[in-house]
Unconditional design. Sequence first.
Lengths: 92, 999, 194, 418
Amino acid sequence: MLEIKCPWCGPRAQTEFSYAGDATLTRPSLDTATETEWYEHVYLRGNPRGPHDELWHHAAGCRRFVKVRRDVTTHEIIATAGPHEHLGGGGK
Amino acid sequence: MTGQAFRNADGGGIDRTKPLTFTFDGKSYQGHCGDTLASALLANGVRLVGRSFKYHRPRGIFGAGVEEPNALVQLRQGARTEPNIPATRIELYDGLVATSQNRWPSLKFDIGAINAVLHKLFPAGFYYKTFMWPAKLWPMYEHFIRHIAGMGKTPTEPDPDDYAHRFAHCDVLVCGGGPAGLATALVAGRSGARVVLCDENDTFGGALRSQPQTIDSRPAMDWVRDTATELGRLENVTVLNRTTATAYYDHNMVVLDERVADHKIAPENHEPRHRLWQVRAQEVVLTTGAIERPLIFAGNDRPGVMLASAAQTYANQFGVRAGERTVVFTNNSSAYAAAVDLQAAGIEIQAIIDARNEPPAGDLTRAKDAGIGVLTGHAVVAALGNHAVNSVTVMALNEDGADVTGEPHDILCDLVAVSGGWSPSVHLFSQSRGKLRYDDDLTAFVPDRSFQRERSAGAANGSFDLSECLSEGFTAGAKAASQAGFEAAAMAAPTCGTEPELRPRALWAVPLPDFLHGKRFLDLQNDVTADDVGLAYREGYRSVEHLKRYTTLGMGTDQGRTSNVNGLALMAGRRCEAIPAVGTTTFRQPFTPIPMGAIAGADSHDHVSPTRLSPLYQWHKDHGAPFTTAGYWMRAQAYPQGGETLEEAYLREAKHVREKVGIVDVSTLGKIDLQGKDAAEFLNRVYINGFAKLAVGKCRYGVMLRDDGIVFDDGTVTRIAEHRFLITTTTLHAGAVMTHLEYLAQVEWPELDVRMISVTDDWTGIALAGPRARAVLECVTEGDVSDVALPFMGFQETHIAGAAARLYRISFSGEQAYEINMAPGHALAVWEALLEAGAADDIIPYGSEAMNILRIEKGHVVGGELNGRTTAADLGFGKMMSSQKPFVGHVLAGREGLNGEGRQQLVGLIPVNGRSRIPRGAQIIADTGAKTPIPRLGEVTSQCMSPNLGHPIGLGILANGRARIGDTLQAHSPLTKQSVAVTVTDPIFIDPAGERLRG
Amino acid sequence: MADTSPMQSALNGIAQPGDFGADQPAGPGVTITERQGLQILHVAGDIRDAEFPSQVRHAIGLPLPMSAGETRASQGTRVLWLGPDRWLVATEDALPALSDAAAVNDVGQGRLVLRLTGPRVRDILAKGCPLDLHASAFPTGHCAESLIGHIGVTIDCTADETFDLYVNRSYAAFFWEWLTRAAMEYGYRVLPAG
Amino acid sequence: MTRYSIFSLARNALTGHKNWPQAWRSPEPKPEYDVIIIGAGGHGLGTAYYLAKNHGITNIAVLEKGWLGGGNTGRNTTIVRANYERTENELFYEHSLKLWETMSQDLNFNVMFSQRGVINLAHSDAQVDAFQRRGNAMILNGSDAMLLNPAEIKARAPHLDCSADARFPIKGGLLQPRGGTARHDGVAWGYARAADARGVDIIQNCEVTGLDISNGQITGVQTTRGAIKAKKVGIAVAGHTGHLATMAGMRLPIESHVLQAMVSEPVKPCLDTVITSGAVHCYISQSDKGELVMGGDLDFYNSYAQRGNFPRIEDVVSSVITMFPSFSRLRLMRTWGGVMDMSMDGSPIISKTPTKGFYINGGWCYGGFKATPGSAWVFAHTIANDEPHELNGQYRLERFQQGHMIDEHGAGPTPGAH
Ligand SMILES: Cc1cc2nc3c(=O)[nH]c(=O)nc-3n(C[C@H](O)[C@H](O)[C@H](O)COP(=O)(O)OP(=O)(O)OC[C@H]3O[C@@H](n4cnc5c(N)ncnc54)[C@H](O)[C@@H]3O)c2cc1C
Ligand SMILES: NC(=O)c1ccc[n+]([C@@H]2O[C@H](COP(=O)([O-])OP(=O)(O)OC[C@H]3O[C@@H](n4cnc5c(N)ncnc54)[C@H](O)[C@@H]3O)[C@@H](O)[C@H]2O)c1
Ligand SMILES: Cc1cc2nc3c(=O)[nH]c(=O)nc-3n(C[C@H](O)[C@H](O)[C@H](O)COP(=O)(O)O)c2cc1C
Ligand SMILES: [Zn+2]
């Protein structure tokens, strides 16, 4: 079981969280973005083999979304932060 | 010691004053407290204990611990029976019952042994090459293969025992309680760190329990006892015996399996049978010791061939002679100590056959002092005998070990104690992603680089000398504690009696001379031989992974503990490559097999996933309602009266509601309280329709889409106050909608001032519906609920039956209806008050089935229609989609494929004959006689008998459905051999103008 | 208008007072009491909005705890940190009136509150809760939201060997069964609700 | 190729099995091939085989970074079925199922395809409805399906708890009698041997590290064993699809996730069919060797690690013993993980790409083993003709942008959700 450091609650068990997907995506504007921009946003993924920035939802804790940089080849967590903060640590 | 012919009068850790009776294959024997089943069987001279997997060869006891590949038995009887338990791992208790496996009709005479005769036809992978013709006979061949395979038998009754889980956190976890582990735990424990120490055995001491040594000139076991006592007294140390570190996962989480009651006939006083620990450790120290490897020669599987350390364990720990006369066959120094101990236990040592040409002088002196003859540069080429060994054939090895030469000579013996060197137990290390290194001097893989916060010490680290084990343990304990933030006092290693280095000679399989036949077994459990490696090589299965899968080497319950290294070394030899270049197969969890019950803990059966109950649950139950699940919720289906079937009951209820009045428990709907200055704007973005102008005290129906433009969920939104809304969701999507809204608010639109909380549990919901609904309501509230004060889609905060309540005039049934929300503690009172107040109006409770009928009659969509593929337009919500404002999903909803020709749209269906039920799950087609594949125009998503219309109806989604209204098509169910002609209609069957709900 | 309607506990018909499970000469491993009559508010707000914390403090007489797991207590009232923008106020007194600065919900009836006390309480909770419940990591005055037996629970260590658990009401029966089964091996006593 | 049969087995027995030839060669890579297939799993090897057999193209290399069959082909729960509701899927998987039925004979390698039936359990009336809908669609599309009542299910799986008060009571089940299991490794080996016999070079320990593309046309690949040229390159790398696509400068509607599987210790036959339950999240069958083979949901986070985590093991095992209470005392022997190519609608992508000569086969989610022969068949067709086969036109890459998703579960564009 992974241990994820919630920026608010501290280190907590993986089971308290639910995975919420790629955190590198920037949501297109609701009113001005094109169908292609939305298509790319909703469907396409970098799916990198290595450090991956992703969101986890601390569902059974503070219910905040947390940004996590995790190496998907080792599951090592490099850094965590709030959804609008910059992640420290290595990786891209 | 009745009948225990092989038990010595003294020596060992057993309690001779406590005789225990057990049976094996129906025959009764005696053993002692402290025995394992294996030691007790050997004490009684029982040597044949099982049959092998494929050839059904007779097999005996080979090891003394987790490495045992052979002696697997069916333990216990009835509901507690368990297959495949190694006799070496079973602590004897009084009344133990064990039976041998994989034989029929008996262990001594096994029909399956015919396979051994036909063995030539059955090399590794033979089944890939045959049984293909005629193809239709394969099921028969397979039936035969399956019955030959397998081992023990599955219980046929549910498990009567309890299992528990346990989460734990510590600074230092020590896996393995031999000298290295005890030393580690001692230093770490004294530092004040939170320490957990576990060992799979009943007592601590590891190898010292069976290999007597000295520490500070005293018996090493004294030190073990002192240390264990001190550790037991330290409050910051948790000491767990009978506890296997079974799995090492990411982020230093190690799973331990504690066998709380396996050493008893049954668990006592409510204790769980196993307790599964999930330990999160700052630092882990692996002190799991090492396991002896065998040497491979013809007939090396016969009962009586045994690991030297195992024979030594039986002698020293259990006072049991594993034979009368033994030949010790080794390629390293460790067997010399074993030989001396065997001799001391009264076993006659015929000779030590040492593969090395020049064993270290110390070994030779030791043998000489004990009067044991040593034959150097020799090997056992074959063990002879049938149900047990009776002699071995010995020959000289040539210089490179690739051949045997000279005169063969036979030595009589009933025990062959073999040692092929030692393999550190690196399983957990590998599971933690650690990288191994091959050590040529030890002829073994040892830990090299760690990737988690973990280190190895002692034999697990390739250090076999006791003083080295202790000093490595002290160092590891100190390092781990200080890494975890504690100040650890270094400890000086005590002086120990010296043990010679192993100095093994690599010898992976003794060559088989031409004049001899016989199989040289690598994997005793799966009957994989040295020749199978050759075959795999020849056929191109040369990667160790192919070797493993083609031959099944190491795929048994012992996971190849004693066979893998020999197998891959043989393959390396074939490939003319170095052993590290060939590599190992992957070590996987678990370390040793653990019962599935232990893994599930308390989380099985009724607790496999949570159940949620409405505050009215008990009332429903008391009134005879059967329940159905909706997500975690249990919902009352109907209230059958006096002998009614379920269907009769819900048809009656559905009719009654439209004619009179009824109440239904709708507590399961999701409810979200949304507050904040931007709440209205937030809703505007989330729903396809507008909410900015919704007045305080009004409700509105809303539909939300996913980002991809498909309908996500629907429900109502009520404006409670200027900046406060109550959102309802469907039962099934409540969690997902909440998460979706939180995501949007927190991550995407942080600029909006909104906060939300799920209030599903805080408000119980009761819907009151039917033409007489208002009349009933008026009896239980003092508020004004007239049509003017509370019109359709109106909202009030009021009191009902004395309880503070939220009252919504919304309708799912299409009738005049109210949804009443109140605090759950009051729900029962309100429910009963409504029934009482409504008695004059003939009120009834109705369940989820009638509710479903009412909504189908009104063409409301739920699960079958909101199937994650339909768009708002498909479902008839096209006009609701606002063009005034953007909302989630609107862009991708515009994609070509989600619009235009051919989309399946919501329609109603009525049987043409007015009678036939529309088959459940029917597909809608034009022509039942068409050629396969028959085009599917659509599908029936819901159907029921409409008690109010007097004929069956259905909802479906149909290609170009709205344009097909009036057409006749087939609702076709070949699965149930039903086909009903249906007329396509508007999906709203009752009161399309909505007069009833406004009335 | 005041509530006149009778109240019903989520454990009605489920929890029976008495001693259960293993015989323990030293007494039960844990004693379980349902706490009834607590007023509970869920308070959400933005602490950057200076008004909000001071208003809350004014209304309940306690400052909002600001760090993870922190609680504030006075006679009869406890304030629990649930997250950076959420708190739970549990009081035996009358409900404080909170202003518009916060999003407030009365969740008193939506929760089952159990008080667990006894020498084995941490052992029992650790059967299903992944948090570090050791006294050094979860001392008196500490609280957390987490999972116990796969159900979300708010855990409040109110005194040595004493924990209050807040469970969503619809899970009450399920949780009760989990809890009492977990307590079997240590023996447990159920006291009448109070 | 020496034909395998009981006669060749007997003949070789006489010579101590010393004369069996290699099942496949280990050739050095040539500088250029007509077609390069990346990934020697069942799909890649099968594609090479059908390119040779159906399309007469034999100058092919299959490049494999590890050992052939070591990807998901070698680590799946081996369930073979064609029980889909979407027509696009059903026709494709039914084609695949037909190929399974003759695979052993076609390859002259017994892949032990065992049609012991696959049962999907329904635990609520709504699920019975959904399964009936699916079963009907299957039959209309020419496949086989049967509806079972609880008693019929109990008769086929006596250890199953069919009691009415079970937490997930069994209300019925959808059986596909022709479904079953196969010996997963055998599939890879059988295709490898048959492809090799037709001249295909299978090159193991050869990782593709880059794709050479010029002017929108593929020209070859870079590998750990040097550059190799080809004008047509197809990838069949399952969990690594996203990674390979990056080399072509593409992002795909695919994420890589870890899925675990596990086996119990072997026991005598006790489960003679395949049981799956969507609501309880597990599937289970018994192998010919006797182990119970079990799986469940993903671990639900992106991963290329081939190793999973404990919560999922707990979950699968508790589901299994809830359904089969008497399995509680059986022991779990081994667990492992595989890297899954999860697509955005749960259906695969077998498609041309914007780069000429570059073809993609991926997005198999939980179910690509059963697709092996069908996928290989149509992928070979697509590569040979530079046009999709009629059965994979719908699996084109553009479908997402156009809004033609094939979303069996209606789970939407969340790759872990399918
Ligand atoms: C645990 C588990 C259970 C499953 N259960 C089932 C089931 O019951 N039924 C079912 O139908 N499906 C199941 N699946 C899915 C199924 O196993 C896969 O979809 C299928 O086997 C994929 O086959 P493949 O040939 O496409 O990929 P693989 O067999 O994974 O082959 C891809 C190959 O590509 C190689 N490769 C990757 N990158 C490179 C590179 N850069 N250069 C060279 N080579 C490369 C890999 O090493 C690998 O050998 C399961 C999967 C898993 C993990
Ligand atoms: N005669 C020789 O040449 C020779 C060879 C090898 C070892 N030894 C001796 O063995 C001892 C080695 O000491 P040590 O402490 O390193 O090892 P050890 O073998 O004494 O102790 C390891 C302990 O860990 C337990 N264990 C292993 N895996 C476990 C797991 N996953 N979970 C729980 N418990 C587990 C074992 O059952 C054992 O009790 C020394 O006394 C050494 O002299 C001698
Ligand atoms: C259907 C199936 C059955 C298996 N049976 C066994 C088995 O009986 N014994 C065993 O040790 N492993 C068994 N395995 C697991 C493999 O040993 C191995 O773990 C798996 O192929 C993944 O490879 P890896 O662990 O080397 O990464 C089985 C795997 C599959 C797919
Ligand atoms: Zn948190």
